[in-house]
Design a protein around this ligand. Structure first.
Ligand code: SF4
Length: 283
């Protein structure tokens, strides 16, 4: 069965900063806000990045106003760009490659995100026809990670995103329909559709929201404490400061580590196996 392999692929998409040349701390621009106390242009190392590419204030990021750094997650793209695309050469030792490396990094990040979604969808109980299409798509995406820097820079990622999105929606709809059929009550499938909804700050604690479609929804600072969110599609939803304390997200679909890092929760929040509990939820 491919779904065990897919689950392993999804769970393996984690950052290994020890194999990365501080790409997120250098390639990306930083704008002063509630998440960052400084401005930093793209391609310039952050003032806290040390010569060994570790962060000087790693254990005090939130206290020092760098909350955004505790939210960011590259899904392992940083080490692949550093060790595979650029074969272990660093922008510091070879400044000529710097610009190219910094442009490739966000492309690889997007490819890894698509691999995460495709492999997660394949870990579900879906039809064999859909599974075959997803396997083909996943293999295609995995091949992209081996391309050289120039090939990566010339990719049309929108095309890849568009075709993948159709498959992810089909997978999520199928799982949600199976769940809805088992739920009590007379609600119809459309009653569970809140794709793109603006639920900012909404108080929905202790509700049963199973099988809801929250694709691209705005759930910023929503109070979702102790909600049942199994089989919910969260792809592209904005979860900043949403409170999931005590909530059940164990089988929520298409959640990313960044979404969870940006939200609130506690030791009782149930998370999917491929999501780590953020340290700021515990301390
Ligand atoms: S504060 Fe640390 S983690 Fe954040 S960008 Fe700077 S070096 Fe990187």
């Amino acid at each position: 069965m491919y779904n065990e392999t897919a689950k392993n692929i999804r769970e393996g998409l984690t950052a290994d900063c020890s194999k990365c040349f501080g790409l997120c701390c250098t390639a990306l621009n930083i704008i002063a806000s509630s998440d960052f106390p400084i401005n930093k242009p793209a391609g310039t190392p952050c003032m806290n990045l040390q010569s060994d590419y570790s962060c000087q204030i790693h254990s005090q990021l939130r206290e020092k106003g760098f909350k955004g750094c505790t939210v960011f997650d590259c899904l392992g793209a940083g080490q692949v760009v550093s060790q595979v695309t650029f074969n272990g050469q660093s922008w510091r030792d070879n400044p000529k490659i710097g610009e190219k490396m910094f442009h490739v990094f966000p492309i690889m990040e997007q490819i890894h995100e698509m691999i995460a979604y495709a492999s997660e969808a394949l870990s579900y109980d879906i039809s064999s026809a859909l599974s075959d299409e997803l396997i083909e798509k996943l293999k295609e995406l995995q091949k992209l990670t081996k391309l050289d820097a120039d090939e990566l820079l010339s990719l049309d990622l929108i095309m890849y995103r568009f075709s993948l999105n159709e498959l992810l929606t089909a997978a999520s709809d199928s799982i949600r329909e199976i769940t809805i059929a088992k739920l009590p009550g007379t609600k119809k499938a459309k009653d569970y559709n809140h794709a793109g909804a603006d639920w900012m700050g909404k108080k929905i604690k202790c509700k049963d929201l199973r099988a809801t479609d929250f694709r691209g929804a705005y759930l910023i600072a929503a109070d979702m404490r102790n909600t049942d969110l199994r089989a919910v599609n969260f792809i592209g939803a904005d979860l900043r400061d949403a409170d999931f304390s005590g909530a059940d997200l164990s089988t929520s679909m298409f959640l990313t580590q960044m979404q969870i890092n940006s939200a609130k929760g506690d030791v009782k929040t149930k998370l999917p196996s491929f999501i780590q509990r953020p340290s700021h939820w515990i301390n």
